[in-house]
Write a protein that binds this ligand. Sequence first.
Ligand SMILES: *Cc1c(COP(=O)(O)O)cnc(C)c1O
Length: 405
Amino acid sequence: MQQSVSRQDFDRWMVPAYSPASFIPDRAEGSRLWDENGKEYIDFAGGIAVNALGHAHPDLQQALQQQAAKLWHTGNGYTNAPILRLAKQLIDATFADRVFFCNSGAEANEAALKLARKYAHEQSGAEKSGIVAFNNAFHGRTLFTVTAGGQPAYSKDFAPLPPAIDHAIFNDLDSAARLINAQTAAVIVEPIQGEGGVVPADPAFLRGLRALCDCHNALLIFDEVQSGVGRTGALYAYMHYGVTPDILSTAKALGGGFPIGAILTTEKLAATLNVGSHGTTYGGNPLAGAVGGKVLELINRPEVLEGVQLRHRWFTDGLNAINQRLRLFKEVRGLGLLIGAVLNEDFSGRAKQISLAAAEEGVMVLIAGANVVRFAPSLIISEQEVKEGLARFERACEALIKGAS
Ligand SMILES: *Cc1c(COP(=O)(O)O)cnc(C)c1O
């Protein structure tokens, strides 16, 4: 007999690093999810931009089950066919010549930053160590990546922090130019700040960073953990912007719900991570490779990527119509299916409250800071589900407004 458990058990048994919703998800299919009591939710959260093909996609189930019956894990003393195939798919689809696999976004950025430092040291000496990052950025929770992230609230309690990491203002090229110099090993930037509020980079800003990096012999790292794998309607956001990084980190949607991360880079830079210089036990695991390969095959198709643009309009038209009536948002922004509805002054600081009201009404949404309601649904969500979910969201907003007055 399995032990019966409840949401309260989280508060008794788990480290209190999270404060999960009051319901416990039980099963899901496509963009619908049911909790233990059978209540249905439409999922606009997508597992935090992870479930890019929705829940329980039949082809992903099949890929996972077939691999699960064959080979789960060997460690990096051996390679395996699924991960080699995924590497080749990524190389064929992007600027990259080489791939390193790991298990999460933070690990991918950790690998990118370590590669950049080692490369700079080998090329130019130990003093070329600087990392330039941006305020409000999010790169993960390891000590290196949380320090690179531009939210001191997440890092200050863990001091002493890794040195030589400076922060410029996002979308302000002059502020970046003041920090990038001969000692800079790398610049790390999200093409769209996700956690930081769904803020797309200006094209000229990314082009300017590319030029500054070239000028100072620094590497440009794009953190595409959230923006990658079709999220913006391009396979990777760098393609949308027409600015190519030296290293790209990818995770979240790459596994469609199965943990995997990777960095993509060039032949020349890849040589830096020579045998023994970096590694992870699970990275390049055949289960992750099999699922990731199927995810990429299904998403990297013109009809799916064009469908993201179409769905972007369903969401922005729907949210703008809600806003016509309710006057909650000062802006609806974002690219593809990474969309942020920014609360106006009257509702400032109440994104979390809206997300709770939304769950009450049967729709799951994300937040990005206290003032932005974030939507990161499945890239293949149906028009009917978008309509139904937005109707529930509208009811939640109405309930909130009523409660407020
Ligand atoms: C989520 C995220 C990360 C961290 O990924 P984890 O898998 O949680 O370690 C890093 N960068 C960006 C842009 C992210 O959105």
